[in-house]
Design a protein around this ligand. Structure first.
Ligand code: SF4
Length: 266
């Protein structure tokens, strides 16, 4: 008699893990152990072999960047827009809406904050989800930094693009309608707000295809190699804990990467 084969459970991934893998797959592996310790669980086994050969770049395919829209200044929200989701675990999010235009989806209150996509095995929390007056649900990621000069250049803000594409998919899976784009708001208010800006990241067939490909790529990666580089290691949390013997530099704090990317050499 033939016994039906059980479908193996997908390795669970988050938008944040995609970003980490895009910098350094080994950081993603070690980071899972750190997170498990924080929530009192046993750390999962690290799959990176001891004789691993470090890489110069992450193997992850870069996201499509063709039609990003980069805007200087404040993000406009119209009178018909409202806020339907907010990551209550983030304390410094901007207030974009008056109280009468905040209508949070009750599914995501009282500590139930994760948006979940069972089909792709993805879950996570955008900073905000805005319901536009057009009926579209749009994820917004907030960064307290400034809009980078040379956004389209190689180092640009690819990490933010990776995160927002994954969050668009989560919004699609959760609210039942595919957003046409996601937003990153760079909210540095120094200098009377002249360094603020926001970027509109399209989410179409190409972006969704890319996301499906990289999720498969990460799950198929049985090595999760380190990518030692100043831009990565200086702000790597496992490095701060002394967990990585491949580190290219000492840990210099969470703001190291932004400073590195904003410097002339980027
Ligand atoms: S210290 Fe560098 S090489 Fe090691 S895990 Fe962190 S980013 Fe990767």
């Amino acid at each position: 008699m033939l016994v039906p084969l059980a479908t193996p459970a997908l390795e669970h991934l988050t938008p944040h893990e995609l970003v980490t893998y895009f910098r350094c797959p080994y950081e993603m592996e070690l980071g899972r152990g750190l997170h498990a310790r924080t929530v009192g669980r046993a750390p999962p086994p690290v799959r990176t072999p001891l004789d691993v050969v470090p890489l110069r770049h992450s193997p992850m395919l870069a996201p499509p960047l063709g039609h990003l829209e980069v805007n200087e200044g404040c993000l406009d929200v119209s009178d018909g827009d409202c806020l339907v989701y907010e990551d209550e675990g983030e304390v410094d999010l901007p207030v974009l809406f008056p109280p009468d235009r905040v209508h949070k989806d009750p599914r995501f209150t009282n500590g139930h904050l994760n948006l979940i996509d069972p089909e792709l095995g993805l879950s996570g929390r955008p900073d905000l989800v805005i319901l536009r007056e057009t009926g579209e649900f749009i994820p917004l990621e907030y960064k307290a930094t400034h809009l980078f000069v040379g956004y389209h250049e190689a180092h640009g803000r690819l990490f933010d693009t990776v995160q927002v594409i994954a969050e668009c998919r989560l919004v699609h899976a959760t609210f039942g309608r595919r957003p046409s784009h996601g937003l990153v708001l760079y909210g540095d208010t120094a200098g009377a707000g002249e360094r603020q800006g926001w970027v509109k990241i399209p989410y179409d067939d190409a972006e969704e295809r890319w996301l499906r490909v990289v999720l498969g790529q990460i799950r198929a990666d049985s090595v999760r190699a380190p990518v030692p580089a100043e831009r990565n290691c200086g702000s790597c949390e496992p490095n701060a804990e002394g967990l990585c013997r491949y580190a290219a530099v000492r840990y210099e704090g969470p703001h190291h990467r932004q400073a590195f990317l904003a410097s002339p050499r980027s």
